[in-house]
Design a protein around this ligand. Structure first.
Ligand code: GTP
Ligand code: MG
Length: 242
């Protein structure tokens, strides 16, 4: 067992996952793939690769990345890992950026891969998705009074001891709103959070899981949290703490 782990949620990523796992071979980290019973057999593909640094768990029927990450973080904390990273399976996140985040994680509790800052890059993304992503972060920054420049990205490294302070079962977001909710929860604990520029590349294989429901969930949850914050300033700060 390595001292650090990267969690990779998958749903129908059979075409992408093998390449990513091969690239992670030389990173001296363990990999935990959390698959929601993908119809394309992603979990079977991973198992058949027989890589000793990779474990795959079948998390049952499709529930979204939020529940997948909550399950995986619980497993990773219980296993005693020091740093717990998160990463998409679709090739959008570079292994070199993950390594850079790990370097930065020596001095910070949370390191966030950030697209919308100097030296951050996005390649091949539809302008509509760029707009949606920037708007999502802008809206969440305002509603939640958070100072970060990319709240919806999935490439991050967390200190396990800080995650352990959270009652992860209180994180209820299903889609990418999970990424916002995690930072909202950790920011209220006053942990040290560092933003590091990354290069995000649109997936080449497979199909996006983005949907109107996922966008609507984020908009509604963030709006509700914003109203709660306005009505009673920081009233729910202790909500996520064990
Ligand atoms: N376990 C699990 N993983 C999921 C689910 N939905 C998405 N994922 C994974 O979460 C990661 C991000 O999902 P994407 O489909 O790439 O979503 P996205 O990055 O927001 O959208 P695109 O930019 O269009 O690719 C990928 O590794 C997906 O396979 C889900 O319901 N369950
Ligand atoms: Mg993606």
């Amino acid at each position: 067992m390595h001292k650090n782990v990267v969690l990779i949620p998958t749903y129908n990523e059979a075409e992408s996952i093998g390449d990513l796992l091969a690239q992670l071979r030389n990173c001296a980290i363990d990999v935990l793939v959390i698959d929601d019973d993908s119809p394309d057999g992603t979990a079977r593909v991973v198992t058949n690769l027989g890589l000793d640094y990779v474990k795959v768990i079948n998390n049952g029927k499709k529930k979204g990345i939020g529940p997948a990450y909550v399950t995986a973080m619980g497993i990773a904390i219980a296993a005693g890992y020091e740093k717990i990273a998160t990463m998409d399976a679709d090739g959008s996140h570079l292994v070199s950026d993950l390594e850079n985040l790990f370097v930065n994680s020596q001095d910070f509790d949370v390191v966030m891969g950030t697209r919308w800052m100097p030296a951050g890059l996005v390649s091949n993304w539809d302008p509509k998705r760029i707009y949606l992503s920037k708007f999502g972060t802008w809206y969440a920054r305002i509603c939640l009074a958070l100072p970060y420049r990319d709240l919806t990205g999935g490439l991050r490294v967390y200190d396990a001891k800080k995650l352990e302070m959270l009652n992860l079962l209180r994180i209820r977001s299903n889609g990418y709103c999970f990424q916002i909710e995690m930072i909202k929860a950790l920011h209220s604990l006053e942990v040290s959070i560092k933003e590091v520029p990354i290069h995000f590349i649109e997936r080449r294989e497979g199909v996006s899981k983005m949907s109107q429901n996922i966008v609507a969930e984020a908009f509604l949850r963030v709006t509700l949290w914003g109203f709660k914050r306005m009505l009673r300033f920081n009233a729910d700060n202790a909500h996520y703490v064990k």
